[in-house]
Design a protein around this ligand. Structure first.
Ligand code: G
Ligand code: G
Ligand code: MN
Length: 256
């Protein structure tokens, strides 16, 4: 209840912060991207996780404002790293269902224009269910985003009770294998086969594939055997502050 009142001013008071979880190309051990994860530094409650305040923001109808801040902040961070000649090819931002229908194309192109960041450096990720309602409208929005030039990724692939046909209807670039499949895949062969099948879907449909929630060396080895080389998870790094991420980035030597 008080959270509502506080959240209204959180943006203005600068209490929101983006954390970043590195995405690693395992063959070269390089950070090739980072997922932006929103945090709220509440003066009394401490660090409030997004699961607690994003639903509140949606209810309060300020999710578009919050989402705009997030996209803009991600772009500013990209610009800052670029200015420092640090290599971070992509930042990927989570988009919630409500935000998706709230002028997202305009918001994205405005943020890119204002910061001068290349559209190809920004990725948007959303859950399967997000675009399932109002299919025609969703496809228009997704096509609009592709026209702007950002890349589109399905988060938590396979967990959304969505008919697989959307893979043909949506202009997608990549999917993220949900952590739950990965955990189970090391426990029994059936689940391992399921992960292999998901990997085949991505390959056959020419989609990028990233495994999320990689926590153990065994999981890494399993994925490696399957030919998956793009990973994100605690094994590599938890979500960290921008300053901590900076320390993990290699310089673009040709820009010297
Ligand atoms: O690290 P973590 O607790 O941050 O994230 C929890 C959940 O919150 C994830 O499902 C993630 O997708 C979501 N999330 C994190 N940041 C954002 C954001 O900026 N916007 C939206 N809509 N969801 C986010
Ligand atoms: O729904 P989405 O995939 O955006 O959620 C990302 C969430 O997963 C964030 O809360 C993030 O902190 C968390 N996360 C990231 N890496 C790991 C991991 O290796 N293990 C677990 N359990 N959670 C992770
Ligand atoms: Mn995500």
């Amino acid at each position: 209840i008080r959270m509502e009142a506080d959240l209204r001013g959180a943006l203005d008071r600068g209490e929101l912060e983006l954390y970043y979880q590195p995405q690693v190309e395992t063959r070269t051990a390089t950070v090739v991207g980072a997922e932006a994860l929103l945090r709220w530094n509440h003066p009394e409650l401490g660090l409030v996780p997004p699961m607690r305040f994003i639903p509140v923001a949606e209810e309060m109808n300020i999710i578009d404002e919050l989402g705009k801040w997030t996209i803009s902040q991600a772009c500013k961070q990209l610009k800052e790293f670029h200015g420092k000649k640090l290599k971070l090819p992509i930042v990927t931002v989570n988009i919630s269902a409500l935000q998706f229908k709230m002028g997202l194309v305009n918001t994205v192109s405005q943020c890119l224009r204002e910061t001068g960041v290349a559209a190809s450096q920004l990725q948007l990720e959303f859950q399967e269910g997000v675009a399932m309602k109002d299919l025609g409208e969703s496809i228009r929005i997704l096509n609009g985003l592709k026209e702007v030039g950002v890349t589109l990724c399905i988060d938590n692939f396979g967990t959304g009770y969505s008919p697989l046909g959307y893979l043909n209807n949506f202009p997608l670039d990549a999917i993220k294998v949900d952590r739950s499949y990965l955990v189970k895949s090391l426990e029994n062969e059936k689940d391992a086969n399921l992960v292999a099948a998901i990997i085949d879907i991505a390959r056959n449909m020419k989609l990028g594939l990233l495994a999320e929630g990689v926590e153990t060396i065994e999981q890494y080895q399993f994925l490696n055997r399957q030919g998956v080389h793009l990973m994100q998870g605690y094994l590599f790094s938890a979500p960290v502050s921008a300053a901590e991420l900076e320390a993990m980035l290699a310089p673009w030597h040709f820009m010297e």
